[in-house]
Design a binder for this molecule. Sequence first.
Ligand SMILES: C[S@@+](CC[C@H](N)C(=O)[O-])C[C@H]1O[C@@H](n2cnc3c(N)ncnc32)[C@H](O)[C@@H]1O
Length: 281
Amino acid sequence: MTLAPVPPLGVSQTAINVLSALLEARTGQQIGAYRSWRVDTALKPLLRARKLDTLDQLVTQLLQGSDRSIGDTIVDALVNQETSFFRDAQVFQTLAEVVAEAESDRRRARIWCAGCSTGQEPLSLAMQFAERKEATGAPIPEIIATDVSDAAIARGRSGRFSQFEIQRGLPVRRMVQWFDTTGSDWVAKPDLLAMVAFRRMNLVADQPPPGQFDVVLCRNVLLYLSAETKNEVFPKIAAALKPDGVFVMGAGETVIGQTRLFEPSKRFRGCYEPLGKGLSR
Ligand SMILES: C[S@@+](CC[C@H](N)C(=O)[O-])C[C@H]1O[C@@H](n2cnc3c(N)ncnc32)[C@H](O)[C@@H]1O
């Protein structure tokens, strides 16, 4: 059961209800009773930028509908975009094995990063497999990276990261090899950016990218979806995977008790595979 979000002190229940409903309608993400403080904190910069004092004033502007971009900006601010380079590093070692097995019939592997945030996850994959190419000549997999947030996708495409962001997960060797400095920021070199195709895609409302994938990463995205919404998303992921493909969730996530479309992989620790080739639920 999901408890209704309770407003933090000084914030009206109406504002919280409207903003939670907007976020859920656009992304499937639920705020939940224990994260309503996040609404207030996450929207403070937007209030300042719009010279507003309260969330109720922001909601009034939203409901007036005169500025179409306001809803997008609110959703971008509310959605959790936490990410870092080589997040949960063990996963990347496992993916090297998954990709090597997928390539055993001499074809290039395909990876879909669903909910890629600002690009650190797909760019980590690109670096890892580009370095493997330098060492062994093995091909770089095709990497498609999608996210519901236009702003996150634009940032991923720009490949621009602050000093704080670049240091999270990247050793100096990789920073220097794959990025140029611009002022205090770091910008991915064109060769690296060219290895990732960034696209906006809503996992709930849109169809997955065409073709079938050897790997689908959807890490730390499904956490705040309701059970019903997850039941709409899991079949899309199953359909996008090759029958022997591998599905990767975040470190604290599992499919167990959530769907019967996947089962824990016997080949790759911490990964999932389509159960019965994803045909039954
Ligand atoms: C916490 S970040 C995870 C980023 C990355 N996968 C990682 O683990 O580091 C979650 C991302 O999922 C995206 N997201 C949330 N709901 C989504 C949806 N319905 N469709 C696509 N992306 C969504 C958010 O915009 C956000 O960038």
